[in-house]
Design a protein around this ligand. Structure first.
Ligand SMILES: [Zn+2]
Length: 94
C-alpha cells in the first residue's frame, strides 16, 4: 500500500499485508524511491511525525490521526491546502 504524503509526491510504502484500517505504527514503513525506513514518533503533546532514517523527511501531523486511512485523508487535505496557497515557505514550516 502506498500513501502520498507531500505535494512533491513523497510516498510512504507499507509492507504488503498492511491495510488502510491498520494503525500507522503497524508494520514496516519505507520512503518510496529513497528506500529509507520510516519511524513514527510522538514529538509533542499534540503532534507526531513520520521520520525517514535516510533522507530526514519529517512529516508532522496530529496525534488524533491513528490509522493509515486517516493519514491518507489528512495528507490529501494538506496537499490541496498547500496547492491553493502556492507558497514555498509552507514546505519549511511543515
Ligand atoms: Zn527518505
Amino acid at each position: 500500500m502506498k500513501i502520498k504524503l507531500t505535494r512533491y509526491s513523497d510516498t510512504l510504502s507499507t509492507q504488503a499485508n498492511c491495510t488502510l484500517n491498520d494503525k500507522i505504527d503497524f508494520g514496516t514503513k519505507q520512503h518510496e524511491l529513497c528506500l529509507g525506513f520510516i519511524d513514527l514518533l510522538q514529538t509533542t503533546k499534540t503532534h507526531q511525525v513520520l521520520a525517514c532514517r535516510r533522507c530526514n523527511l519529517r512529516f508532522q501531523f496530529p496525534i488524533e490521526i491513528q490509522t493509515f486511512a486517516e493519514l491518507q485523508t489528512w495528507a490529501n487535505q494538506r496537499i490541496k491546502q498547500q496547492a491553493s496557497r502556492n507558497k514555498d515557505w509552507v514546505d519549511y514550516c511543515g
